[in-house]
Design a protein around this ligand. Structure first.
Ligand code: NCD
Length: 308
C-alpha cells in the first residue's frame, strides 16, 4: 500500500506526475468534481492546525468525496489511552484514506504500518511535513518554472521547523540547488540534516545569521515562524521570536524576481507591509496546497485500487 510519510516516498518522476496532475486540477477543476464520489477521507489531528486540516477537507470536498474526523486529541479516544495503531486500524473500517497529524515524531509511520488504507503524514512533531513540501514544490515549479538551478534561503526556526526539514530532503534531488540557511545560532538545522542530508550528498550550503547579508543572492526566500510549542521554556522563545522581520526595507535588497514563501501561520516574521508585493506568494501557496492535496488523494486512492 502506498502511503505518504516522508517527502521521499515518491520518486522524482512520480512527483512530477503528481505536480502535473495538480496543475491540471488548477486549470480544469470541473473535470474532477465527481472523481471521489462515495469516498471518505478521515482527518485525525492530535495537534492544532487550520490550513492543513481545512485544505485536506476542502480538497476531498472539491473531489466530490466526504470527510470525517477529529481536530483535537482531547476529543478522541487517545484520552482513554488508545494507541495510534489501534485508532488507525479502526478508522480503516470507516474511511478510504486518512490524514494524520501528531506531536510525536514517527507517529504517522507507526500508523501506516497497521493501516488497511493509505495514510498521509500531515506533520509528525518537529520531524516532517511532506504535504507542505508538495505544496512548496508546486508553488515554486508553477511560479518559477523549474525546481533545479535555484538558490534557496531558508530563514527562521530551522531547528524545530518540520517544513524546512522536509523541503531540504525533497529539493536535494534536483540539479544545482544551493541552500542558504539563515537562523540564529540556537536555531540552526539539526545535525541529522546538516550531516546526513546536506554533507552526505555534497549539497552546496552556507549558514548565515543576518537576513540582510543573505537576501541579495536568493531566488527563493522561505520564511518560517519560531515554533513556540516546541520550546522548553518561554524565556528562550521570547528572546528568539522577533529575530527576523522581513519588511520593505530588507526586501529592497532582493532580486526583482525572488519569490517569498511561508508555510503559514505567520506571526511577526513577515511585515504585512509587503503582502501586496508581487514577490510575496504565501497566500497563493496556500491555494496551491489545495490543488496538490487533491492530486495526492486521487493518486493514493487510485494506487490502492479504490478508484476506477
Ligand atoms: C506548518 C506546520 O504545521 O508545521 N504549518 C502548516 O502546516 N502550514 C508551519 C508552522 O506551523 O509554522
Amino acid at each position: 500500500m502506498q502511503h505518504l510519510i516522508s517527502p521521499l516516498d515518491f520518486s522524482v518522476e512520480k512527483l512530477d506526475e503528481l505536480l502535473d496532475l495538480a496543475n491540471d486540477i488548477e486549470q480544469n477543476p470541473e473535470k474532477y468534481v465527481h472523481a471521489c464520489e462515495g469516498k471518505k477521507l478521515a482527518t485525525c489531528f492530535y495537534e492544532p492546525s487550520t490550513r492543513t486540516r481545512l485544505s485536506f477537507e476542502a480538497a476531498m470536498l472539491n473531489l466530490g468525496g466526504s470527510v470525517l474526523g477529529f481536530s483535537d486529541a482531547a476529543s478522541s479516544s487517545a484520552t482513554k489511552g488508545e494507541s495510534v495503531s489501534d485508532t488507525i486500524r479502526v478508522i480503516s473500517c470507516y474511511a478510504d484514506i486518512c490524514a494524520i497529524r501528531h506531536p510525536k515524531e514517527g507517529a504517522a509511520l507507526v500508523a501506516s504500518s497497521k493501516s488497511l488504507i493509505p495514510v498521509i503524514n500531515a506533520g509528525d512533531g518537529g520531524h516532517q511535513h511532506p504535504t507542505q513540501t508538495l505544496t512548496d514544490l508546486l508553488t515554486i515549479r508553477s511560479l518559477k518554472g523549474r525546481l533545479d538551478s535555484l538558490t534557496i534561503g531558508l530563514c527562521g526556526d530551522l531547528k524545530f521547523g518540520r517544513t524546512v526539514h522536509s523541503l531540504i530532503h525533497a529539493l536535494i534531488r534536483y540539479q544545482n540547488v544551493k541552500f542558504v540557511l539563515i537562523s540564529p545560532e540556537e536555531l540552526r538545522v539539526p545535525d541529522y540534516i546538516r550531516n546526513d542530508v546536506l554533507l552526505e550528498n555534497n549539497i552546496e550550503f552556507r549558514e548565515m545569521v543576518r537576513l540582510e547579508d543573505a537576501i541579495p543572492s536568493l531566488d527563493i526566500l522561505y520564511m518560517t515562524r519560531v515554533q513556540k510549542e516546541r520550546f522548553f521554556n518561554e524565556e528562550d522563545y521570547v528572546r528568539m521570536k522577533d529575530f527576523y522581520i522581513l519588511n520593505a526595507k530588507k526586501l529592497k535588497l532582493a532580486k526583482e524576481d525572488m519569490l517569498i514563501l511561508h508555510p503559514l501561520p505567520r506571526v511577526n516574521e513577515i511585515s504585512i507591509e509587503i503582502d501586496d508585493d508581487p514577490r510575496a506568494v504565501y497566500f497563493k501557496q496556500a491555494q496551491y496546497g489545495v490543488y496538490v492535496r487533491m492530486a495526492l488523494i486521487l493518486t493514493l486512492l487510485k494506487e490502492a485500487g479504490k478508484l476506477c
